[in-house]
Design a protein around this ligand. Structure first.
Ligand SMILES: [Fe+2]
Length: 194
């Protein structure tokens, strides 16, 4: 079975001004589609044909890893947002964030700083470890924390293609806007259940 471009759970203009319709058209409709098409091409005739994206992220290297991981990362990233997003998490996730960072505001600052200062292209992640502790992790290029056994809860894409059409080189301005479209119910749903 071939991987296909998932339909976005919101209209392409629904996340404005945090992410413009034009950026979504390119980022989802062209960049993500290109990773998916490339991956379908690459796995033909290899042991990865028919495998899940997660299996490829854990054990592939080179181009198959890059395209599988970029596919997974983008789907996860786009699924996190909602035009009704923003605010702060509640419940278990809010408690875990307070336990680690003292307050949601401190967590947000540290996550934003990590995203702004990540050198080059990559992803910043909030992850949960098996011991239920939370961490912020920077990954370069197509990096994905599943590879180190962490559970991804939230990610920001800091490749320039995620924001250049909207704010050119002002990555910090883009990061600021993303907090207004995070659907914390979706993020909370990713926390490890008993
Ligand atoms: Fe991207």
């Amino acid at each position: 079975m071939k991987f296909e471009l998932p339909v976005l759970p919101y209209a392409k203009d629904a996340l404005q001004p945090a992410i413009s319709e034009q950026t979504l058209e390119f980022h989802h409709g062209k960049h993500l589609l290109a990773y998916i098409n490339k991956l379908n091409e690459l796995v033909e005739g290899t042991r990865f044909k028919g495998e899940t994206l997660e299996a490829m992220i854990r054990s592939a290297d080179g181009a198959i890893f890059n395209n599988a991981s970029q596919t997974w990362n983008h789907i996860f990233y786009f699924e996190t947002f909602s035009p009704k997003g923003g605010g702060e998490p509640k419940g278990v996730l809010a408690e875990a964030i307070s336990k680690k960072w003292g307050s949601f505001e401190k967590f947000r600052q540290e996550f934003s700083d990590a995203a702004v200062s990540l050198f080059g292209s990559g992803w910043v992640w909030l992850v949960e470890s098996r011991d239920r502790s939370l961490s912020i992790i920077n990954e370069s290029n197509a990096g994905n924390p599943l590879r180190e056994g962490h559970i991804p809860l939230l990610t920001f894409d800091v490749w320039e293609h995620a924001y250049y059409l909207d704010v050119q080189n002002r990555r910090a301005d883009h990061i600021k806007g993303l907090w207004n479209i995070i659907d914390w119910n979706i993020v909370a749903g990713r926390v490890i259940k008993d």
